[in-house]
Write a protein that binds this ligand. Structure first.
Ligand code: 4AD
Ligand code: MG
Length: 435
């Protein structure tokens, strides 16, 4: 471009502090374009926001007029212009174009208004449809959720660890394992890093992890993905009460951060959130059974809380809450039970309100070798499959507890998203592994 190039500004910098008359360079993608007489308006989007640019014969040089007239939706462009305050422009600010360069011209955008009505088509072309305001907003919220987890866990003195994704043991039962061929041997994709966190305790005492988890969930529900990201934490010299305090502190912090920093995105999603205050309510499994019975949906003691009951009790709340004290029969083998109630675990699910349901599951683990071995045998699990996990109990294993919280579940709740796949940039479900 023949013009002297001013410093590139991101759109949020211009909108956040618009200086009338300032020369700016903006780079981004054309979201939309319209022409009216001698005027051409385009909405540009970069990674930080969108802004209107306007070109006008006589003000905008002729070559740039031609370039903006010929530009297509979703083309990448570079614009030089002057900031104008104009109440008719969205956000009250526009850039009056002095130079318009098409960096990469887009072909005719395939996602027509009619095509966009089909959710399944939008996921077929997810590599393109992610440019929508709603998807962008959901991803900004997800990023805020994750960032807030990093801040909170670091502040709370937890060390971030990593764990393998190729594993040999089922943490959450054999039925949802994904087998992988590993040099002639069958291994699995990790369902949860919990056992590796437990192994890290004697070295680091308080650990957390943020990594993908894989579940061959056959159920097609609005809350299940086959690959998702989990925030998990584990602490030594801690019991289930400490564990629940950590979870409620974390979730309240995350929700507060999103409410504060992602107002624009929440508005685009039509979502209002009221960050919860701690402590959260603690409702026992037995109380949930009473609730279910009153709703005409009784279930046997020992069964997991049925999905519909979880949904109804979640709908009856406007703040997150815990369901505590699940029967052992509804929990994985490693759960610690009460000394005076051997069939009841020191565990809880953290439930989101408004029908969104489970966000996290946590509990206190068995610390004693003998007790764990007995549990493994009584559940007819193969002790050799849990060699090193058992071994940990021989070399200084104190009382300890932890939890796992699904990042897409939390994003879905905070963003008010109907389906969990909307909380993932490239979701993996039973029926989708592309794009
Ligand atoms: O309840 P889950 O299965 O618990 C565990 O994996 C424990 N080992 C975690 C621990 O204590 N360290 O999974 C934990 C959370 C769930 O509460 C849910 O938020 C999420 O992970 N989750 C899923 N999210 C999306 N799709 C799925 N298929 C999920 N399965 C679990
Ligand atoms: Mg669970």
């Amino acid at each position: 471009m023949a013009l002297t190039t001013p410093h590139r500004l991101h759109i949020s910098q211009i909108l956040g502090d618009p200086k009338a008359g300032e020369s700016v360079e903006v780079k981004g993608w054309v979201r939309s374009k319209s022409a009216m007489g001698g005027l051409v308006f385009a909405t540009l989007r970069d990674g930080t926001g969108s802004i209107q640019v306007s070109a006008k014969g006589g003000v905008t040089p002729e070559a740039s007029m031609e370039a903006i007239r010929g530009v297509t939706r979703e083309s990448a462009v570079s614009v030089i212009g002057v900031v104008k305050l104009d109440s008719r422009a969205p956000g009250g600010v526009e850039v009056s174009v002095r130079g318009f360069e098409v960096v990469s011209l887009a072909q005719t955008w395939p996602i027509t208004e009619a095509a966009a009505k089909s959710a399944s088509y939008l996921y077929d072309v997810r590599h393109l449809s992610i440019r929508s305001r709603k998807v962008i907003s959901a991803m900004k919220i997800r990023s805020e959720v994750v960032g807030a987890c990093f801040d909170y866990m670091r502040e709370s003195g937890f060390t971030l660890i990593s764990a393998p994704s190729f594993v040999q043991a089922a943490v959450e039962g054999g039925s949802t394992l994904f087998p992988v061929e590993y040099f002639g041997k069958k291994v699995y994709l990790s369902q949860s890093a919990q056992f590796y966190e437990e192994a890290s305790l004697a070295a680091l005492e308080k650990v957390w992890i943020y990594q993908p988890a894989f579940r061959a969930e056959k159920s097609r529900t609005p809350k299940h993905l086959t690959e998702f990201w989990m925030v998990e934490a584990e602490q030594a010299f801690a019991d289930q009460s400490d564990n629940m305090r950590l979870q409620e502190g974390l979730l309240a912090f995350v929700a507060g951060r999103v409410a504060e920093k992602r107002k624009e995105e929440l508005k685009i999603l039509g979502r209002t959130i009221f960050p919860p205050s701690v402590p959260f309510d603690r409702i026992s499994y037995d109380e949930v059974r009473d609730f279910a019975e009153k709703q005409g949906l009784p279930f046997e003691w020992g069964e997991d809380v049925p999905t519909e009951v979880e949904r109804l009790i979640s709908l009856a709340h406007d703040q997150p809450f815990f369901i505590t004290d699940y029967p052992l029969a509804a929990r994985s083998f490693y759960h610690m039970t009460y000394a005076d109630r051997p069939k009841v675990t020191k565990s809880a699910d953290l439930i989101a309100p408004e029908g969104f349901g489970e966000l996290a599951t946590g509990g206190q683990r068995i610390a004693s070798y003998e007790m764990l071995m007995e549990r493994i045998k009584s559940q007819e699990l193969p002790p050799e499959g849990f060699g090193w996990y058992l071994d940990l109990r021989k070399y200084g294993m104190p009382e300890h507890a932890g939890f796992g919280m699904g990042v897409e579940r939390v994003t879905r709740w905070l963003g008010g998203l109907k389906h969990i796949r909307a909380a993932s940039l490239f979701p993996r479900t039973t029926t989708r592994v592309s794009p």
